[in-house]
Design a protein around this ligand. Structure first.
Ligand code: UT7
Length: 319
């Protein structure tokens, strides 16, 4: 039987660090409001010259190094992003060229903040079918480019960054199960409604959000999809060593952990340092917990994402 297994993780954060106090100097907000409502203390913001694929390249190089594999082994790239470098080619193809490789499949996945969980689930299917042997699965975002910095209700919530895993065919289990869902009737509660036509952006090119609507929906579906994934694998929450939910808001994560019955000591939290990096948030948190030694080989990790679409999903894996 062929399984897909994480051979290495990597991440990248842009150099520029923006604290809540920095934001309070340019808009009507405060460190106290942002921390108490979201748990966010600071976020990294990309340089004007950096694209999603530039950050993805750094995360993928770190993941390949951790896996001790050359880029030439990679025969599949799945790139989760809502802030691609350009309309086309896909950021996955641009990343492939930057890695100096060619020939393997490469495509983007657009599932906003659930993007990495979607991409990992898809890569698992490609590897388990025998079609591919070594995938780079990456989430990278420059959400700072689609924020209205005059809108305090959205701009304080997000940051930029990238996270990646090398997923390889293995005789030992890695990804144990995954579940993906979407409900397009909820498109309006979190969106960037603009489109490009005739050389112009038609409509708004900024994030628009019904914060409380997103909050309530996220807590419910993160709990539901986590349970559904555990049931698929015939495991319970007590079997899970680490829960890594989408890093949007510490209150959403606390409420989800409580509903699931997993103690907060087993939840990986990076939203305080990274803010919400959309498709990059889950692989960034995964890489942090691998590199600081919390996540060890053989442990069971539950990843869960939720985001615009609406989309949501979870992946259970043995690291
Ligand atoms: O990947 C998914 C992405 N989105 C999310 O995860 C968002 C989910 N939702 C949330 O995290 C929360 O709903 C927010 C953090 C966005 C907002 O928290 P809330 O407790 O739901 O606050 P609220 O929207 O009810 O706003 C409360 C007050 C309002 O003032 P009034 O009307 O009560 O006078 C806002 O104008 O807070 C005000 N406010 C702010 N004040 C200071 C909104 N943004 C800010 C701000 N600084 N940045």
């Amino acid at each position: 039987m062929i399984w897909s297994r994480i051979a290495g993780t990597g991440s990248y954060l842009p150099e520029r660090l923006v604290t809540n106090a920095d934001l309070a100097r340019t808009m009507d907000t405060s460190d106290a409001w942002i921390q108490s409502r979201t748990g966010i203390k600071e976020r990294h913001i990309a340089d004007a010259s950096q694209s999603s694929s530039d950050m993805a390249l750094r995360a993928c190089q770190a993941a390949l190094l951790a896996a001790n594999l050359p880029a030439s082994e990679v025969d599949l790239i799945i790139f989760a992003t809502s802030t691609p470098d350009q309309i086309f080619p896909s950021s996955a193809c641009l990343l492939q060229a930057k890695l100096g490789i060619k020939g393997g499949a490469a495509f983007d996945v657009q599932a906003v903040c659930s993007g990495f969980v979607y991409a990992l689930s898809i890569a698992d299917k490609f590897i388990r079918s025998g079609q591919n042997r070594c995938a780079l699965v990456v989430g990278a975002e420059v959400f700072s480019r689609i924020l209205d910095w005059n809108d305090r209700s959205t701009s304080v919530l997000f940051g930029d960054g990238a996270g990646a895993v090398v997923l390889r065919a293995d005789s030992k289990p890695g990804i144990l199960g995954s579940v993906l869902h979407a409900d397009g009737s909820l498109a309006k509660i979190l969106s960037v409604p603009g489109a490009v036509s005739g050389g112009k952006v038609i409509g708004s090119a900024f994030v628009q959000m019904d914060g409380q609507g997103v909050f309530k929906f996220a807590v419910r579906v993160l709990d539901e999809v986590a349970r559904e994934t555990l049931a698929q694998c015939r495991l319970g929450i007590t079997d899970v060593d680490w829960f890594i939910p989408h890093q949007a808001n510490v209150r959403i994560m606390d409420a989800t952990a409580k509903r699931l019955g997993i103690p907060s000591e087993r939840v990986v939290v990076t939203v305080d340092r990274h803010a919400n990096t959309s498709a990059a948030s889950v692989p960034l948190a995964l890489d942090c917990a691998v590199r600081d030694g919390r996540i060890k080989r053989g442990q069971k990790i539950l990843l869960a994402g939720v985001g615009g679409g609406f989309t949501w999903g979870a992946v259970l894996l043995e690291y």
